[in-house]
Write a protein that binds this ligand. Structure first.
Ligand SMILES: [Zn+2]
Length: 337
């Protein structure tokens, strides 16, 4: 079942399959290419394939089920090490490679890589953000690159290989990863269960520039844009007076972002009503309203369902929303008198 989660990069897969088959696997690779195209996933899949206990060199496929595979998938395999830029840091510190000052040479990635494999034939290190290595970190890695331990495989990941220290870069085989095809990005979004409608996914793919990371970020942003802030909702449904005109204003601003895209506009309209619905639901369950109000608010929730139904039936969204704001106002007004 291996390699199914890697979309695209077929040429690179074949290259590694051949290298493994011919027992010509190198000991240091630099994976270079744009952000969010799957370099790290590829590196992890390669590591799993090499550490799988059921796989041999002719298959180049991990079983996904042996203890080696499971340990790779849960990031607990003793023969797989990973380092990346620590939170809040701008460089990969030397400690990651050779241990802290009082434990120099006895800890860190270089020490780990010098040991013999615990389980199989390989000991693998994935170094993310390789362009963030400073001179000291780079120097500490040189010896490992020149005299790797038994079965050691280093995989460095970088967006811009020219930013990787030259002495490191020249000791690695460069493997370039291009941008992804639209169909691959769509496939990844579906595989990851990214809950967006097809129109939104299509737009995200169009704006992704071949990077699934970018597509996901765009989807997250557009989702946020369709959402009304809780504070704003509290103001709109403020005790004492429902502010229909304020809801209309907020709604208009949201829909305005999708003028040229009716599909997304419909989704945004639905999201506006859903926001109101969940706010009303919360207010009722928190018993923030008295009994008379509760009836009116329950009716208001019915109006939300009705509006969602209308939107789903492809009625004109602005007409549905205008009627929705108006109905809410009529319904909620008497409860405060
Ligand atoms: Zn396996």
């Amino acid at each position: 079942m291996s390699w199914q989660r890697v979309f695209g990069h077929q040429r690179q897969q074949e290259m590694f399959a051949n290298a493994v088959r011919r027992e010509r696997l190198g000991h240091a690779y630099l994976f270079a290419g744009p952000q969010g195209v799957g370099k790290k996933l590829f590196a992890l899949e390669l590591a799993q394939t090499l550490l799988c206990e059921q796989s041999d060199s002719t298959q180049f496929e991990a079983c996904g089920d042996c203890s080696g595979c499971r340990q790779v998938l849960s990031s607990t395999h003793p023969d797989l090490m990973q380092v990346s830029l620590p939170e809040g840091k701008t460089e990969l510190p030397i400690d990651l490679f050779v241990g802290a000052a009082d434990k120099r040479g006895r800890e860190g990635l270089c020490h780990e890589l010098s040991l013999s494999p615990m389980h199989g034939g390989h000991r693998i290190a994935i170094i993310d953000d390789a362009e963030k290595m400073n001179i000291a970190s780079g120097n500490s890695l040189l010896k490992t690159l020149e005299e790797p331990g038994p079965g050691a495989v280093l995989i460095l990941l970088a967006i811009d290989p020219d930013q990787v220290i030259q002495t490191i870069r020249s000791r690695c085989q460069s493997v370039f990863f291009g941008t992804l095809e639209p169909a691959d990005i769509t496939g990844i979004l579906h595989q990851q269960g990214i809950a967006a409608n097809e129109a939104l996914i299509e737009q995200a793919v169009q704006r992704s520039g071949g990077s699934v990371g970018k597509a996901i970020r765009w989807l997250q942003q557009s989702e946020e844009q369709g959402n009304i802030d809780t504070d704003v909702l509290a103001k709109i449904f403020c005790r004492g007076r429902f502010r229909a005109e304020e809801l209309a204003r907020v709604g208009e601003a949201i829909l305005g972002q999708y003028k040229s895209d009716p599909g997304s506009q419909r989704e945004a309209a639905k999201s506006i009503v859903e926001n109101c619905l969940s706010w009303l639901h919360q207010a009722i369950t928190k018993s923030e309203v008295n009994v008379i109000q509760q009836d009116a608010w329950a009716d208001a929730m019915e109006q939300c369902f009705e509006a969602i139904l209308q939107i789903d039936r492809r009625a004109t969204v602005t007409t549905v929303l205008d009627a929705f704001y108006h109905d809410l106002e009529i319904n909620l007004r008497p409860t405060w008198n």
